[in-house]
Design a protein around this ligand. Sequence first.
Ligand SMILES: [Mn+2]
Length: 448
Amino acid sequence: MKDGELEIVLDKVASSFLEEIKGKSLQIISHFDTDGITSAAILAQSLKRFDQKFSLKIIKSLNKEIINSLPKEKIIIFLDLASGSLKDIKEADLKKVFIIDHHEINQKDIPENTQIINPELNQKQKISSSGLTYLFCKKIDEKNREFAKLAVLGMIGDMFEKEIDETFNQIMGDGEIQKKRGLLIYPSTRPINKVLEYSSNPLIPGVTGNPRGVIDLLREADLNPENGKYKNLIDLTNEEMERLVTSIVLRNPKKKHKDLIGNLFLIKIFGNLEDAREISAKVNACSREGKPEIALGFCLENSSCKKKAESIHTKYRQQLLLGIKYAEIEKINGKGYILLNARDKIKDTMIGTISSIIANSPDYEDGTIVIGMSYEGKRKIKVSGRNVGRAGRNLRELLSNVMESFNGEVGGHHSAAGCVIDLEDEEEFIKKIKRELELEVIRVGEKA
Ligand SMILES: [Mn+2]
């Protein structure tokens, strides 16, 4: 078996973990996305089983300051982060550290007090932190098998469901997850008209955010309500599904028929069978809105958190639709680029998502650059850059060129990058970035 090495590491770290934690207090630090939250939920519930004392903190990102402020006497467990912070961990003089993560490791030199479970050190098997945490906790106690569904949720949050290997299959079996083929728009467990209205991935022009457009599309696909109610997406027959997919492809020709069909995963949570992507989106929305504790409570199936998470998610989706509509009207169409300065009309936590949605819409040619801007607090502006398609310029480089004249750092990679600038630089930044974007059009023209 290919992941034999990982199996050995899991065994080794689990037995040393059980030895080390006896009579000690633990501090868990986890990432705020669905993968991190589900990892924390799995470990927390596993520790509760044997009355282990621990405290838990969910963070957006880890830095040297946070590492230095950690309690020296406690055992520290990092989930879904810290693989890139080994140097800082080494220098922080912590007592004992465990890391369960799948991100890139930045150095070979692993601190002596640190034990790591990370496939990057083994066969680079594709697995989320929630999957690793689950396998780890199952080593501690076979009963922790009951948390398998959380592992699957984290896998889907990190989009590992496209490559289902033996381990993933096994975890799905443990979690009694149902897998079905169908249209990849979620939540599949709701009536199709509602699902289409809120669909931002893919964006369906004239349909997303437009109830009347939804009815037109459904009529085209010859799908009609029965007793005033449309079927749930998941209950469509194959023929109905085919007709619906065809109508969507007609509105958004960028999406190919085969890209719109795939695996849906149904998990049981709060006693109902739900679309795992919807649950993951809910968890993410809570964290993004600054409420990771509700995201966690939701994963622990706490009923008061369920209500709160639902209202946060509903509000989030509504704001997303408003943001998309605002962008449609207010964006500037330049030559080879789209510039959206949303100021305070779109939240800074949403501008990246909306820039991605614009970049995925069928309206623009590959290589077009989308730049979104939104006020962050009272003194900063968040800038998000996205490429349409896979071709195009290196956005990290492009933003770095522009940022030479301003304060702030650039993060990201080739087709998705961002930075934060000072509010007072707004006009100057727009001038400079337009010049940079237009310059390239000329250069490309010269080459041709
Ligand atoms: Mn992850």
